[in-house]
Ligand binder design. Structure first.
Ligand code: CUA
Length: 334
């Protein structure tokens, strides 16, 4: 009876793991597929070991149990060279079967495609608690939504701006640490179009669990259109007063197009993004409401975020509504 709540809890937990878009068990690309193969190999070997050990254990328990009237101490055996060699050699063989492909793959995943002309180069900078994506060949920077073309190798350089984070798109592959002061390399491939959820996989502060991003795989044509749209002149608020307010309050840290700073997420085309703050999903036109919530009180959305709220910026609810409306309408056509 005590087991029942435990089992129920476990089932619930495993159901939560079953979210397809955050699952390594439903690989959507060659890197994740290879990682899944390795998982299956490891689990296979472990299962084999458990079954064999338990079978021997149970056999010994039954075969050599104390029978009725058994008083004598059985013959004591110490040391058996043949057995000791067997149980040393078998684990060595199993570890080789597991270790050789694992080590080969680990180095394969970190392969450097930075000189590959066909690969798309992306420099990922992890911040508390957002993701910056710089497309070094195109001179553009975006945040939170990683846009990639299908069918090409995406070559990542991974760094962190503050503390250690980890870059992971469970269905596509990963994960690899992003470290302050040094860079790591890995590559991924996206054979299918779609939106794949990415996560920070290294405890990095109070909002670690909310440090999410989206990888959006689109056709090459779509990607090219996105690059051009990102490079187009910035769309500023039409209203001159609002434009001034937006410039003084937001563009000291954020950027749109060629205007603004780079210490906060780039906002170019933010109206086309999947989420606000990485996890407030914008479906059903919720983006304006999400932006309003975020600009008004970032701490209630993402504890520990650097973004100042209305208390510090002094923006009125009307001004916030206007900025939210402008940003929500700042979409990129691609
Ligand atoms: Cu960044 Cu956890």
């Amino acid at each position: 009876k005590r087991l029942l709540p435990l089992l129920t809890g476990l089932v619930l937990l495993l159901t939560a793991c079953g979210r397809e878009d955050l699952s390594t068990l439903n690989p959507q690309g060659p890197v994740a597929e290879k990682q899944f193969e390795l998982m299956k190999l490891a689990i296979g070997i472990m299962t084999l070991v458990v079954v064999v050990v338990f079978a021997i254990c149970i056999y010994v328990l039954i075969r050599f149990r104390r029978r009725k009237g058994d008083k004598a101490i059985p013959k004591q055996v110490e040391g058996n060279h043949k057995l000791e060699v067997i149980w040393t050699v078998i684990p060595i063989i199993l570890l080789l079967i597991l270790g050789v492909p694992t080590i080969q793959s680990v180095f394969g995943f970190a392969k450097d495609y930075s000189q590959d002309k066909d690969a798309v180069q992306v420099k990922v900078t992890a911040h508390q608690y957002w993701w910056e994506f710089e497309y070094t060949d195109y001179g553009i920077t975006t945040a939170q939504d990683l846009i990639v073309p299908t069918g090409k190798k995406i070559s990542f350089e991974l760094v962190a701006a503050d503390v250690k984070h980890s870059f992971w798109i469970p269905a596509i592959g990963g994960k690899m640490d992003t470290n302050p002061g040094s860079s790591n390399r890995m590559y991924l491939e996206f054979p299918n179009e779609g939106v794949f959820r990415g996560k920070c996989a290294e405890l990095c502060g109070p909002s670690h669990a909310l440090m999410e991003f989206k990888a959006k795989a689109v056709s090459q044509e779509s990607f090219d259109r996105w690059v051009s749209a990102m490079k187009a002149p910035a769309v500023m608020p039409a209203d001159a007063e609002l434009a001034e307010k937006f410039t003084s309050q937001c563009l000291s840290c954020h950027a749109v197009g060629e205007n603004g700073g780079n210490s906060a997420p780039n906002l170019t085309g933010i109206g086309s993004r999947e989420t606000v703050a990485g996890y407030l999903f914008n479906d059903e036109g919720g983006i304006e409401e999400n932006l309003r919530e975020w600009i008004t009180d970032p701490q209630s959305v993402k504890m520990g975020a650097m973004m100042p709220g209305a208390e510090d910026t002094g923006l009125t609810p009307e001004e916030i509504a206007d900025i939210a409306k402008y940003l929500a309408e700042y979409k990129l056509d691609y």
